[in-house]
Design a protein around this ligand. Sequence first.
Ligand SMILES: C[S@@+](CC[C@H](N)C(=O)[O-])C[C@H]1O[C@@H](n2cnc3c(N)ncnc32)[C@H](O)[C@@H]1O
Length: 236
Amino acid sequence: MANNDTINTSDSPRHSTDHGTKSSTDGQMTVQDIQDAYARYARWIDRLGWLNRLVTGRHRRRQFSHAEGRVLDVACGTGENFRYLPESTEIVGIDVSEPLLERARSELEALERDGTVTRMDAQDLEFEDDSFDTVISSLSTCTFPDPDAALREMARVCRPDGRVLLLEHGRSDNGLIARYLDWRADAHYEKSGCRVTQEPLSVVRRAGLSVAEAETAQLGRITRIACDPVVDEPAE
Ligand SMILES: C[S@@+](CC[C@H](N)C(=O)[O-])C[C@H]1O[C@@H](n2cnc3c(N)ncnc32)[C@H](O)[C@@H]1O
């Protein structure tokens, strides 16, 4: 894609400072708070699905259309990713929001895809180790109360030769947009539980996952990250 920048996954200066985790330590929302927020917004999320697809659809396709085998979509929401997964895959979706999961079930039906969609906390997945060939998640690490725990769970349930594929939003490379987001960050977090300026690559690295590929688009607002399901234990 013309407007994508491949990030040097070792030491990109853009990702050397995390501008977005401040809110998570100042009065972090709980899983219950997140559930309540999404119950309030479920109708709007559903109605604005077309806009979501317009902005993120091609990035979802690019990131998830090579998923293989048994696929876990962590924090699947309304099932927005399902349409981009190959027909050959078996879809398992989890989320904490029952109103969104209802829509995800309808999406599976509309797509005539086999799969299951279950209420579950991403930070404490009820699956055995190595249960999935591919684990995917989109626009989610900004919302998890403990994104490190959720990312480590994703790695745990993925087979060692599988992939964890993420599509996340970040603060932006554009100064004007970044400053606007900085200004909005606290209010946005209080309303929705979303850390809008969180830098996803920093979070993934902090959680200890091994980043194989990363790429940004839309002036740094969108980041695609592919990880090997290996977690580095923090040094003693
Ligand atoms: C911005 S939405 C993204 C939904 C979907 N992945 C997409 O790309 O449209 C964030 C999702 O994370 C879910 N979520 C937040 N915390 C969660 C948790 N601890 N466990 C499972 N899902 C969670 C919310 O319910 C919501 O569906």
